[in-house]
Design a protein around this ligand. Sequence first.
Ligand SMILES: [Zn+2]
Length: 200
Amino acid sequence: MPRSHRIVVAFAAAAVMLAPIAAQAQSIDNMYPTGNYHPSCYDGSLSHGHFCQTDNADLTVYMQGSLSAAAKSTVKSALSSYYSPTDLAVSVKSSGVYTGSSETDIIYQSGTLSDAYIGMTWCDDAVTGTKCDQHYIRFNKDYGINKSDACHETGHAVGLTHGDDASPRVSPNNTIVGCMTEIDTYYLGANNRAEINATY
Ligand SMILES: [Zn+2]
């Protein structure tokens, strides 16, 4: 079952106003595998796949030509703002490596997705039961993306889950999971940062 999607929220502004601003001091485990989300990592596809952890702290990424210049810029900005300040060493490559033992860790692309989704992330090449050598992130060609969308899908590609897959489970829009909410949230957040730094 594809888990790594982002549901379109039609009235995001209203949802933001209604979202609870509680539980910020709480700490939860939302790094795959969690007590509530722990499928084995495998070589997946768009229709049958899910995200895992990336295989090490060197995070190489490539943006395919299907992405618009604006989308590429948004992804780069999200990486720079949210992920470079973690223990991950992020580098944007000018070409992608798709075979061998050192594949580009994240391949971003634009393409066809169900109308319900802004983006999906899946592991293409598992190396262990929890680690993946290469994740694909596909953004819906019918929508533009913002930095929160790029932060969210990239979060999946390094193992971050939604709030309702965390342990303990929290509401999908609990702000403790930062940009892993279903609403536009423009920060990674202390909990996600701590999870990444403890893992890589
Ligand atoms: Zn998601």
